[in-house]
Design a protein around this ligand. Structure first.
Ligand code: HEM
Length: 141
């Protein structure tokens, strides 16, 4: 990702950060209503999960300039996701749901470019997590 993309990602996240609780609430609401089949992979009580997702997004945003620093943690996280039942095809669903909710929250402050920027950033994260998934025997399909 180039400098301009990184700056737009930071800018756009600033629009959303003050409403991050709403972001994760709405994210899971959208995800579970559009893809009810994934609900069973998650625990009944979602409070901790919401916090974990949020802090991992914050961590990515804080490390955009040095993504290789968090690469090993992302690979490990991808490996754990195999045990949760996550398949590679789920990643674009999570990516697009997250972006749609960010856009909803930012409203008219959302620049059209942000969508492409976040798609690129989340594709990168997924690519690294899928390296962890590919290292296992059950995570390939
Ligand atoms: C952008 C990519 C993703 C990020 C940053 C992310 C982040 C996280 C984090 C931080 C956790 C907490 C546990 C851990 O670290 O292992 C987690 C758990 C989990 N994630 Fe993800 N995740 C991503 C993609 C996905 C996808 C594509 C799915 C599929 C629907 C998914 C489903 C789950 C499930 C089922 C759990 C376990 C909940 C539990 O049993 O407590 N995640 N995720």
């Amino acid at each position: 990702m180039n400098q301009a993309t990184i700056e737009r990602l930071e800018q756009s996240f600033k629009l959303i950060a003050p409403r991050s609780e709403e972001l994760v609430d709405r994210f899971y609401a959208h995800l579970f209503s559009a893809h009810p089949d994934v609900r069973a992979m998650f625990p009944q009580e979602m409070t901790d999960q919401k916090m974990r997702l949020l802090s991992s997004i914050v961590r990515v945003v804080q490390n955009l300039r040095t993504l290789d620093r968090i690469q090993p943690a992302l690979v490990e996280m991808g490996r754990r996701h195999v045990d949760y039942g996550v398949k590679p095809a789920h990643y674009p669903i999570v990516r697009d749901t997250l972006i749609a909710v960010m856009q909803e929250i930012a409203g008219d402050k959302w620049e059209p470019e942000y969508t492409a920027d976040w798609t690129a950033a989340l594709n990168l994260v997924a690519e690294v997590m899928l390296q962890g998934q590919a290292q296992t025997t059950t995570g390939k399909q």
